[in-house]
Design a protein around this ligand. Structure first.
Ligand code: ADP
Ligand code: MG
Length: 190
C-alpha cells in the first residue's frame, strides 16, 4: 500500500490512523528513505497520537531515544464477552507500552555491534519500536515487521511525500489492511 500525503497535516492524519490501528502488543517498524524524506516526522506524529508528551527529537546523533507510556488501543472484546462481564468497553484500562526510536545512520561508520543487543531486545512483543535507516540494521531486524519506505518526487518542489507500507508476516498484513480500510473509509489521502 502506497499513500501520498500532500503536506505535513496529511502525514499527521495518516499517523493518527496508524496509531489507532496498532496491535495492543506493539509493533516493530523499520523505516527506509533519504535524509529529509519524512521518517522522523511520521514517527513524531505517531508517538504524539499515542499520548507521548515529552519533546520528540530525531535520534540521528544519539542512535536511540526512549519514551514511556504509549497508550495503545485495547483489543476489542466481543459483544458476548462484554455482556458477560457487564463491562462497558470504555472502562477497560488502556495498556501503556514503552517506545524505542532508533536511527542507525551513524552505524555505517561505528558498526552495528554497538547497538545489536538493544535492537534484539526491543524486537520482542510488548514494546513499540521504530528504526530509521533500517538498511544499516540488516541481519539484526526481526523477520516479522512492518517496512515503511518514505520518498518524494525529486522534480516536485512541494510538500508531497509517499509512504509505502510493506508488511512481513500475517500479523503485520492484518495491521496494514486495517490501516488501508480506515484511510479509505475516512476519505483521506486520495
Ligand atoms: P527524515 O527523518 O526522513 O530524515 P524528517 O522527518 O526529519 O526526515 O524531515 C522531513 C521534513 O520534511 C520535515 O522538515 C517536515 O516538516 C517536512 N515535510 C514537508 N512535507 C511533509 C510531509 N508531507 N510529510 C512529512 N514531512 C514533510
Ligand atoms: Mg530522521
Amino acid at each position: 500500500m502506497k499513500i501520498k500525503t500532500s503536506n505535513i497535516e496529511d502525514t499527521k492524519k495518516l499517523a493518527e490512523i496508524f496509531a489507532s490501528c496498532l496491535p495492543s502488543e506493539g509493533a516493530f517498524v523499520s523505516l527506509f528513505g533519504d535524509i529529509g524524506a519524512g521518517k522522523t516526522a511520521f514517527a513524531r506524529c505517531v508517538f504524539k497520537a499515542l499520548g507521548v508528551r515529552e519533546k520528540i527529537t530525531s535520534p540521528s546523533f544519539v542512535i536511540l531515544n526512549e519514551y514511556k507510556g504509549a497508550k495503545l488501543p485495547q483489543k476489542e472484546h466481543s459483544a458476548a464477552q462484554t455482556a458477560q462481564k457487564e463491562l462497558p468497553q470504555k472502562e477497560l484500562p488502556q495498556k501503556e507500552l514503552p517506545i524505542y526510536h532508533f536511527d542507525l545512520y551513524r552505524l555505517e561508520n561505528e558498526g552495528l555491534e554497538t547497538i545489536k543487543e538493544e535492537l534484539r531486545e526491543y524486537s520482542r512483543p510488548g514494546v513499540l519500536t521504530f528504526v530509521e535507516w533500517a538498511d544499516f540494521g540488516a541481519g539484526e531486524l526481526p523477520y516479522n515487521r512492518l517496512n515503511i519506505k518514505v520518498s518524494y518526487d525529486e522534480e516536485e518542489f512541494n510538500d508531497s511525500r509517499y509512504y509505502e507500507f510493506e508488511p512481513v508476516g500475517a500479523e503485520y498484513k492484518e495491521f496494514v489492511q486495517k490501516i488501508s480500510q480506515k484511510v479509505q473509509s475516512e476519505g483521506l489521502l486520495k
